[in-house]
Design a protein around this ligand. Structure first.
Ligand code: NG1
Ligand code: ZN
Length: 545
């Protein structure tokens, strides 16, 4: 077959460093940029096959998100804008790690296993972040696609969720949106302006938002979108990439992990601020109070504000639709308690990684999902969306109900249902705060986070830890969970768990308790247990100061 000859020839230009093995992890391939040429080319081949297999457009985004600028990676996007199906993650790993001579054999095996009709056309959308390595790496993906006779559309610099949006638009018949950047900005901005019309007497101060663009692609795209927002949002943009280094001392991950403001941000007391990550699929809010104390509003707080607002709007509209919140084990215990006990919403716990949250959220009329680190969105079932849009059209409905239904419809339009999206989430939070007339301090005061601590432990093989119950309990090594349980009993309002990371070669430890000292001490004790019972390497963990 001509395609295979081409593959053999072309792949020689993208040789695999011998002995190198990279897995398709929680968020796709991710490693040092210089090790990725062959992975990119081969994923291009695979994306074309996935396109033939699904008779749809597939996406490939070149990014390493919040990782340092020297890293890179990629992620495949399935037809409905979601993460690629698990079986194809396995194929991706097999293909990326095949030795040069075995490449065509592995390809043929995938084609046979999936019974792919090679005469089908293939279409792949490609996007990339601002890393210096991204442009040439995305060319390698395009080369791979064309080797399989596929057609690529290169969107160039886009945020990860923008590419998810393009893929979803292209593959939906009922008009999710137009698969262009203009289509994306127009859809979101129109919905935002519709919503903020309902916020009366907004002052310029209330419209002002400080944004840390992580020196990444999100900053560029926010600049592009600003023109569409017609001054309804007044952005002061910092870390816009003009001088600083990507994700360095800034960005959502930095702010969340270090619990402090990014560098280069000039925050006045009480000013509303947010940070994107390097590919703009996460967002974290924060402010300094008048005493100069830093306050963080993470994914849990966003899920709370969003689900609370949706629930109220549904009641006002007289619509009987269930709102559920999907969290992970990292959600702060206070948020779970507030959602369940005060707001009376259904809360589910999914495994870490947005694909797990996304799938869980799909089971509800309206599923709000967020990781504590700020990655999340809202999914509306077809029926829920239909009911809301029907009420908007319903001429007999009294005016107030219709007004509220319109608010809900605009909310649907504002949300990027394909993926967590810094730009879309930011506009959603801004609109909800505006409509509620709520300050960031009032939002923050809904509940108080339990003090918590996350630690990493190096072990020889992190796969010795196997977990259950959405990663909240360790099944192996034997005895480890008993130790954790006994340690947790020593502290008040405490909770702790351990799980192997899906993106780093470490075990993560999480602990929370009624005081910071308690959380720190529990996290340390659990780390020591992991080190001793799960084959720790290097230096033994030390107590936190
Ligand atoms: P791992 O390394 O599996 O914990 C991390 C984040 C996830 C998710 C992925 C993908 C934490 C505790 N974990 O996963 O939430 O964002 O990276 O980027 O933040
Ligand atoms: Zn990201």
């Amino acid at each position: 077959m001509a395609a295979f000859e081409k593959v053999s020839l072309k792949s020689a230009q993208y040789p695999k460093p011998s002995g190198l093995s990279v897995p398709y992890g929680t968020a796709g391939f991710r490693t040092t940029a210089t090790h990725l040429d062959h992975v990119m080319f081969r994923t291009g081949l695979l994306a074309a096959l996935r396109s033939k297999n699904t008779k749809s457009t597939i996406g490939v985004m070149v990014t390493a998100s919040h990782n340092p600028v020297e890293d890179n990676g990629l992620k495949m996007i399935d037809p409905m804008g979601e993460m690629v199906a698990p079986a194809w993650e396995v194929y991706a790993t097999q293909l990326a790690n095949a030795e040069q001579e075995a490449l065509c054999t592995v390809l043929k095996e995938i084609i046979e296993k999936e019974a792919i009709n090679m005469s089908e056309p293939a279409s792949v959308f490609i996007g990339r972040d601002t890393r210096p390595s991204s442009e040439s790496l995305s060319k390698a993906v395009i080369d791979g696609v064309s080797c399989m006779g596929g057609h690529s559309q290169d969107y160039g610099l886009v945020t990860t969720p923008q590419l998810h949006f393009m893929v979803l638009c292209r593959n939906t018949k009922d008009g999710y949106g137009t698969a262009t950047l203009h289509g994306y900005y127009e859809k979101l901005s129109k919905a935002f302006i519709e919503l903020t019309k309902n916020a009366l007497n907004r002052t310029d101060d209330q419209k002002r938002l400080l944004v840390d663009g992580a020196n990444g692609v999100g900053a560029l795209k926010l600049r592009e979108m600003e023109a569409f927002l017609k001054h309804e949002l007044q952005v002061a943009l910092f870390n816009d990439g003009s001088s600083g280094k990507l994700n360095h001392l800034c960005g959502a991950d930095y702010v969340k992990v270090h619990q402090k403001a990014p560098q280069g941000m000039h925050m006045g007391p009480g000013e509303r601020c947010c940070s994107f990550d390097g590919d703009a699929d996460r967002i974290i809010y924060y402010y300094n109070d008048s005493a100069g104390r830093f306050h963080l509003l993470d994914g849990d707080k966003m899920a709370t504000l969003i689900s609370m607002s949706l629930k109220e709007l549904l009641t006002q509209a007289g619509l009987n639709l269930q709102v559920a919140v999907v969290q992970t084990a990292y959600a702060n215990g206070s948020s779970t308690r507030y959602l369940e006990d005060v707001m009376k919403v259904t809360v589910c716990c999914a495994k870490t990684g947005v694909k797990h949250l996304h799938r869980t959220a799909q089971a509800f009329d309206i599923g709000v999902y967020f990781e504590a680190n700020g990655h999340g969105t809202v999914l509306f079932s077809k029926e829920a969306e239909e009911k809301i849009r029907q009420l908007v059209k319903h001429t007999n409905a009294n005016d107030e109900k219709k007004r509220v239904a319109k608010l809900l419809a605009s909310t649907i339009d504002l949300i990027n249902q394909a993926a967590g999206d810094s730009l879309s989430d930011m506009l959603l939070i801004e609109a909800l705060l505006a409509i509620r007339g709520m300050s960031i301090q009032e939002w923050d005061a809904l509940y108080t986070d339990l003090p918590n601590r996350q630690l990493k432990v190096k072990v020889a093989d992190r796969r010795v830890i196997d977990t259950t119950d959405a990663e909240r309990r360790a099944v192996t090594p034997a005895g480890l969970q008993d130790t954790v349980d006994a340690l947790v009993k020593k502290y008040k309002q405490a909770r702790a768990f351990v799980r192997p990371s899906g993106t780093e070669n470490i075990v993560r430890v999480y602990a929370e308790a009624d005081t910071q000292e308690g959380a720190d001490s529990l996290a340390y004790e659990v780390s020591l247990a992991v080190y001793r019972q799960a084959g720790g390497t290097g230096e033994e963990p030390k107590p936190l100061k």
